[in-house]
Structures are given as structure tokens and as C-alpha cells.
Design a protein around this ligand. Sequence first.
Ligand code: BES
Ligand code: ZN
Length: 636
Amino acid sequence: MRFAPSAFVAIAPISLGLSLGLAACSTADTPAETTVSPILTTEDAKDTSTYARPEIARVTHVALDLALDFDARDVFGTATLDIMAAEGADEIVLDSDGLRISGISDANGAALDFTIGEHDEKLGEPVTVAIGDARRITVTYRAAPDAEALQWLDPEQTAGGKQPFLFSQGQAILNRSWIPTQDSPGIRQTWEARITAPKPLTVVMSGLKGGEPEELEDGRRVFGFTMDKPVPPYLIALAAGDIAFRELGPRTGVWAEPVMLDRAANELVDTEAMVTAAEKLYGPYRWGRYDMIVLPPAFPYGGMENPVMTFLTPTFIAGDRSLTGLVAHELAHSWSGNLVTNSNWRDSWLNEGVTSYFEGRITEEIYGKERAAQEAALSFATVENVLAEVGMDDPGTALHQPDGVESAGSEIVYDKGAAFLRTVEHIAGRDRFDAWLRQWFDNHAFQPATSKMMLEDMEKNLVAGDAELGARLKLREWIFEPGLPDNVLRPDADAFASVDKAAAEYAATRTPDAAAWQGWNTAERLRFLSTLPASLPKEQLAALDRAFGLSDSGNNEVLFAWLKTALSNRYEPAVPVAESFLASVGRTKFVRPLFAVLMEQDEWGESIARRIYGKTRSSYHAVTRGSVDAVVMPKR
Ligand code: BES
Ligand code: ZN
């Protein structure tokens, strides 16, 4: 495999704080089309989660050559980094979190000095390399033992049960535990990789496949990948297991364990249409293929938008495509997040909020206005709940999180973010709004962005001198202030009219209406469950379970909602159901709240939580473990 050229040409100047020293340099042997993404040097763009100092020296390309050892649970090899440095710069700072570096050399193989700084529990440690005038360096290393980005699964944790499995999860700052580079969303890098794995395992990555795997004499195979578009390094991802591929459309397909493939492909039949719909909305899909991998249930998230290879939990498979908003969401990140990226994690609403809005638009195109309106109403209800809980003036309820302020939760970043854009769309008009959002993606493609830039861009290109419109939008308040501006577009009151009526009847009569439940879609069922009276006696819970078949639901969102209600009422028959759910599923969104509900139930629930967690903890990803530890084993 060839390395991409290390050189670059000057980028077209864009308006905001580009590091001119870096942007201006170029070398002679550079292909004309090779550009390096700009970095932002303004205060609002600064990433406090990296040790890198990209304005001095930055990585522009990463070439990995790594071997996977499933017995030792080890990843090792080399990372060759291309560097662009300001004049006179003679060192570069990389991020690491426990990497075992045995040496760093220049392109001639000469050893370079490096120092490893003090370890910080959150950020890891800086690796400062004395590069002199070297502009390509090779780091020889092993991943951190227990690298947080990596989860190694025993065969028993897979559907097939015979082969081990490995996957990585980079967002937000976990990739520094297996890749020595500048791990910041504001520093984009192209990359390539050669990954050696034992047969019969297949490796996939978040880059385009470089031909057929090469067979080694020792029975291993080498898989090659390239990503020629600059991406923030949290988007470098890998999975390896006994997996097979099924085509879904001309540029879409799905990987899964062979025994999962039929169910996965059936659930994902709408994917190609989603890509087409997304393009029609906001411009070309620029990444080539859109493939997905359905991972084992230990995957800690619903989905992860790794470019050209979305990672998915299998728990979205309901048999009726009712939870495929997840796919629309990860696909939408191909614009919001992967194309235009938050420069630092305090602006993650730029990734997640914009994506949640975009997801709703794809849902509307593929499944119709009614489902989209219902999903928007469910989403908005979560914002109202959080605001009621923490208060309208809690600084963590602002979309942009000032440094040192913790977000009040994903409901703010995702759901308030989406509500903001639905409000803007409503006030400005769909055509005008869509034209604005499309140009935002086009004009910031492959670049980092901040809240401040978004606000300025909206003022310039959406408000565009229309003072009356500007006053009605309240953009600054939406982005920078806590609470909910009074111009918010509330969800369609009719979205759940019949369900809400049934819920009121149920609250009065306590008689479940099985026929009504049968007629409802998943969003309606979730709405019904969310409006149940908080306190329900045992007999009424049993009647609900019997009438709706809740404990046997094949829909994991419905099952989760039911288990929350049942456990919060100390309903004993739900305990074994919860136990088997928690033993098989590692998705943090499901696992943490169920443990949290149990822990709120005094001795009854605490002992159940501790007993179950004692058995399941080791099967969870570090992310899930960390978040459940905080609930079940709080540090005093
Ligand atoms: N990018 C996120 C997952 C993520 C967020 C990983 C923050 C690490 C830190 C992904 O796109 C996502 O939002 N997943 C959701 C999907 C849902 C909102 C449809 C999930 O995992 O539940
Ligand atoms: Zn997302």
C-alpha cells in the first residue's frame, strides 16, 4: 500500500481565524487537488480535550499498520504520521491514553526523542516528539492494556457463539487509547490502514476497502483501507469478527454475523432510499459507499456514524422497521458531524442537534409526516422533562456549553437542538431554511465549526438583512442561553391525540385496552407507556403486561420503557426479564437507566442491582461500565 503524499497546498482562505502560518506553506511535489483542512484558532474553537497544539504542528495523515491478537487482546504495530508544521517548529504533541510506545523514528529510521507527560484520568497524557525537521514520523507501539476504545468479545457474547469479536468506539476521546495521533474533532486527517487478523475473521473499518485481503503464510490475512477525505480522528473505527456482507442498494450494504444477516438486511431495506432522500434535502453524499455493520449487543451505543461504515446496535431490530430513525440519524451525520464537525465537544449540539433535526426530515421523506411528527413530539417531551427537572435557568440547558459547565443531558444537545432547528424552519419557511442549511454544509464541508460561526452564518445567510425575521428567530438566545425561548415550535398537538385519550381513560379506569394497543405503532406505544401513572399496584402492572405482552415485546424500546415502569413500582415478576435484558444488552441508554431505577428503590432494588451488576459488569464496554459504576457504586 502506498502512503498518501505528505505534502499539501495552501487552502483557500476562509473568513475565520485560520492558522495562516500553516495554511500558507506548501511543497513542490504536491498534487494540485490535495488540500489540508483548516484548523480554527479562535478562542471559541479551542478544544480543551486534547494536548495537541495544532497551530504549531499538526498531523495531516495517519497510516496504521496493526496486528490484532485475540488471545492476548492486544493491538500492536506502527502509526506513520505526516506532519505539517509552522516555520521553525521542532516538536509535535500527540494524544495518548496508555499507549505503550517503544520507539519513534523519522522517515530514514533514525530514532527521535520523545517524552510522555503526566497522566490525566480524563485526557490521558501528551506525547511530545522532538521532530526537528522531520515531517513524517513512525510510532511503534501497542494499544493501552484495556484500551477504552476497544471492546474484545468472547465468542459467547456474539450471535454465532464460535468466534471472538472486536470493535472500537472513538467518540469522543477514546481513540487515543489505540491510535497515537492528535485526537481532536478540530484536527482533520486523512488515513489509511493495514490490519492483520487471524482467519476466519473479517475486518471492516470506517474507510473504503483497499481490494481483497492479502493472505499471509501463517494463516492470517491483511485487510487494507483508505480514507482520502480528511476526518477528525474520532471517526476512525474498526470491527473484526465472523461477519458477512449483504448488498442493499447500489451504494449501500450491511455487514453482520451470518446468523444475523437476514434480520439485519430486512430491517435496513430503506437505507438506499434514505441516502437518496438525504441528498435531495441537503446536497450530495460525499463519501462514496454507505455501509453499516450490525454489531453484537454489547455495543455501548445505538449507533455510531463512522464514515462509510455506520456501527449499529442489534437492539434496533424490531422486525417492523419502527426503530430505523437510528439509521436516518447516523446517515444524517454524513453531513452534520462528519462533513461539518464541532471544533470542540462543548459544541456537540452542532453534530447531534443538527443531526437529530435532519433525521426527522429523512423520516418524514421515507415514513411520512405522521411518524415524523410523532417522533418529534416524543423528542420534545424529553426536553420539557429535563427542563422541569433541572430548571429553566440551569446553565447546562444552553446548546453551547461554556467551558466548565456540564450539559444537562443528551436531551439538550439532541432534542433541544432539533427543536431549535424545527423552530427556525417554521419561522423562516422550509424553502428558505433548507437553502440555508444546504449552503452551511457546502461551505463548511470537511471543516470544523463552532456555535459562534453557526450564529454568524445564520445571520448572514438566513436572516440576510431581514430585521423582522431576525427579531422573530431569537437565534442568540436559542444557542447561548439556558431554558426554552418563547418562540419555540411546540409539537403538533394532534400527533398523539388518540393515544392521549386512551391514556386518560386508562388513568381513570385502570383497564388496559388491548385492541387499542394492537392498533398503535411503536411511537404511539411509547407515548402511552410514558404517560402511565407513576405509581401502579401489582395487579394493574400484571394486567398491563398480560394485555399488551410487554415482557415478551420484541421491540427493545417498548421493553425498556416497560421495565423502567415495572421496576420503579418494585414489580417482582419483571426482575428476571430485566436480568436477562441486562445480561445480553450493553447499550448504555438502556442499561444505565434500568440500574438507576433499581438503585432508587431502597434495599429492594439496590440488592437486585448489585446482584445483577456483579454478574454483568465485565461484559459491558468501558463506556457502559463507567456510567453504571457511577450509579451502582458511587464514589463517596
Ligand atoms: N454520535 C452518537 C454516539 C455518541 C455520542 C458516541 C456521544 C459517543 C459520544 C450517535 O450518532 C448517536 O447519537 N447515537 C444515538 C442514536 C439516536 C439518537 C438515534 C444512540 O446511540 O442512541
Ligand atoms: Zn448522533
